[in-house]
Design a protein around this ligand. Structure first.
Ligand SMILES: NC(=O)c1ccc[n+]([C@@H]2O[C@H](COP(=O)([O-])OP(=O)(O)OC[C@H]3O[C@@H](n4cnc5c(N)ncnc54)[C@H](OP(=O)(O)O)[C@@H]3O)[C@@H](O)[C@H]2O)c1
Length: 265
């Protein structure tokens, strides 16, 4: 269909930027969303130039409750048909649970959780009418891991997103698939933006993967309509171990490899 686009949130950095590049390389037109207009403008110009695709952008802060509606209005007014929705934007709060204000928790949960649901709710109706679509939710290995004292709500909201993505499989009969992409440690701006760069620096190199690799495997999985994708062999093995090793043993090993996550508050 003409005027068909993939919409990517958090497209200005890290995994979202690489997903956008990957989709552009495969010839998909793009709508990029994040807060920073200047970066969106630069990136969209580069993608148009390098990959000869159509690319537009919309600056939006997903901590705000009205943002998903505004994004949908923008694409409707422009008559863009969004048949791929990539819910990727995200960050985590740096402090212990008791130190974060409720407002900060709510803002973060909106970006990682309710905005994903709201955007999916908006676009899924168009996907049903248009005979299909693909949804990706960038989740995390944290969805499968034991509770951590750092970023208390991050793991739980990612588990919620995996379950939400799974529940969308009931739309398969409309040609709609949803893929939860669950990366492990990925080298992006996430840890600086979330105030845990020091903890990330202490993680051994073999556990850290490039955003490009995550994007390649994630986009492949989404296009194949897989329900869950854990990119890279290393992290597939770790997720397997998470299912067979007791949480207490996993926390102990993980605490030795990546200190800070399982310390008392
Ligand atoms: N890095 C990891 O180790 C890792 C591991 C597992 C899962 N993940 C997940 O991967 C996703 C992408 O993270 P990343 O690692 O690529 O981080 P990143 O490099 O910090 O990129 C985050 C993206 O989200 C956008 N963003 C942040 N807050 C936003 C807001 N309020 N409204 C709209 N856009 C916002 C940022 O753009 P602006 O600042 O311009 O708004 C940026 O484009 C997240 O959902 C994260 O939970 C990351």
């Amino acid at each position: 269909m003409e005027n068909t686009y993939a919409l990517v949130t958090g497209a200005t950095s890290g995994i979202g930027l690489e997903i956008s590049r990957n989709l552009a390389k495969r010839g998909y037109n793009l709508i990029l969303v994040s807060r920073t207009t200047e970066k969106l403008d630069q990136i969209s110009k580069k993608l148009i130039q390098n990959f000869n695709i159509k690319c537009d952008y919309f600056s939006s802060d997903l901590t705000l409750i009205e943002s998903p509606d505004e994004i949908y209005q923008f694409t409707s007014q422009k008559k863009y048909n969004v048949n791929i929705l990539v819910n990727n934007a995200g960050y985590a709060l740096p402090n212990a649970f008791h130190e974060n204000s409720m407002e900060d928790e709510e803002r973060c949960l909106r970006v990682l959780g309710t905005s994903v649901i709201a955007l999916t709710k908006k676009y899924i109706n168009d996907m049903i009418s248009n005979g299909g679509g693909k949804i990706m939710i960038v989740s995390s290995v944290a969805a499968f891991a034991p509770a951590s004292s750092l970023q208390s709500l991050y793991g739980p909201v990612k588990t919620f997103m995996n379950r939400f993505s799974e529940s969308l499989s009931f739309y398969n009969k409309y040609g709609i698939t949803s893929t939860a992409v669950c990366p492990g440690y990925t080298v992006t701006n996430f840890h600086t933006a979330s105030g845990v760069q020091k903890e990330m620096d202490s993680v051994p190199g073999f556990l850290k993967k490039s955003a490009k690799r995550i994007a390649e495997e994630g986009v492949d999985a989404m296009l194949k309509g897989k329900k869950v994708s854990v990119p890279t062999k290393t992290w597939k093995i770790i997720v397997f171990l998470l299912k067979v090793i007791p949480n207490s043993v996993f926390s102990l090993i993980s605490g030795l490899l990546a200190p800070g996550r399982y310390n008392d508050v």
